[in-house]
Design a protein around this ligand. Structure first.
Ligand code: API
Length: 276
């Protein structure tokens, strides 16, 4: 089986195309292949599959074997893969995901290759029980949560996958490992959760570090960047269009007022190809 190693701002994936459906052993494959010592090494395993509702379908398995409903950085990699490998010649395509249905994906091509991708990530889900959290409120904004005697306040946003956004003084130096896993698996989150620690620098710029559900500390999280801007607007900290700076680089996020959709613009890169 052939694979392509790709990343979006250092959030890296093993991309496999050509299968008609997810293999039965996808979870174990993800665990084995994502292992950075005994396997290829990646944050996730991504399958490009046929779709009845869109040009392509993407399914993403975290490095712990759990399937996620959505993945922003991986969608940009899939878009680059299908265009650069001649599976489409369109520069506006649709990709279906578990958590957001068919999404419009705009490719910016230079030198015959996709450099930047703008994805319609759909509408954020803010209802507490729908994210899901155990908080039965229409919106969960600055809600208290305690772990190991320390109280945090979080804003909950789903982009198809769940996110817990927490504002801290210095996100770039926050101790992710100390608090990320405890929040990821907190009983307030029935399906666990991705945790974003955010510092607001201006109304157009935030710094964010992420502890991802099922993958741990990654260099970037596309859906997390979307959740960060949505939460920052809800809290009155930023405008609806803002840059989110992550350890791996910047994403431009717009929560459009007219259609309530969140748009994410960023790069995608191919590193190498291999066969298993
Ligand atoms: N770990 C995430 C999936 C990957 C999301 C992230 N890599 C992105 O770019 O959105 C979850 O279980 O919801």
């Amino acid at each position: 089986m052939n694979f392509t190693k790709m990343h979006g701002l250092g959030n890296d994936f093993i991309v496999i195309a050509g299968e008609q459906q997810l293999p039965d052993n996808a979870a174990q494959l993800a665990i084995d292949l994502c292992n950075r010592f005994f396997g290829i090494g990646a944050d996730g395993l991504v399958y490009i599959l046929p779709s009845e509702n869109a040009d392509f379908r993407m399914r993403i398995i975290n490095s712990d074997g759990s399937e996620a409903e959505q993945c922003g950085n991986a969608i940009r990699c899939v878009a680059k893969y299908v265009y650069d490998n001649g599976l489409t010649n369109k520069e506006l395509i649709t990709i279906e995901t578990l958590g957001a249905g068919a999404q419009a994906v705009q490719l910016r091509v230079e030198g015959g290759k996709v450099q930047t991708v703008r994805v319609d990530m759909g509408e954020p889900i803010l209802n507490g029980l729908a994210v899901p959290t155990t908080v039965d409120q229409e919106q969960v904004v600055e809600h208290p949560i305690e772990v190991d005697g320390r109280e945090f306040r979080f804003t909950a946003v789903s982009m198809g996958n769940p996110h817990c956004v927490i504002y801290v003084d210095d996100a770039a130096n926050f101790d992710l490992a100390a608090w990320g896993p405890k929040l990821e698996t907190h009983p307030m989150f029935p399906r666990k959760i991705n945790v974003e620690f955010v510092t607001v620098n201006s109304r157009e710029h935030t710094e964010m570090r992420v502890w991802e559900r099922g993958a741990g500390p990654t260099l970037a999280c596309g859906t997390g960047a979307c959740a960060t801007v949505v939460a920052s607007v809800l809290n009155g900290y930023t405008d609806r269009t803002a840059t989110v700076s992550l350890k791996g680089g910047d994403l431009l996020i717009e929560w459009n007022e007219a259609d309530n959709h969140v748009y994410m613009t960023g790069p995608a890169a191919e590193v190498f190809r291999g066969s298993l």
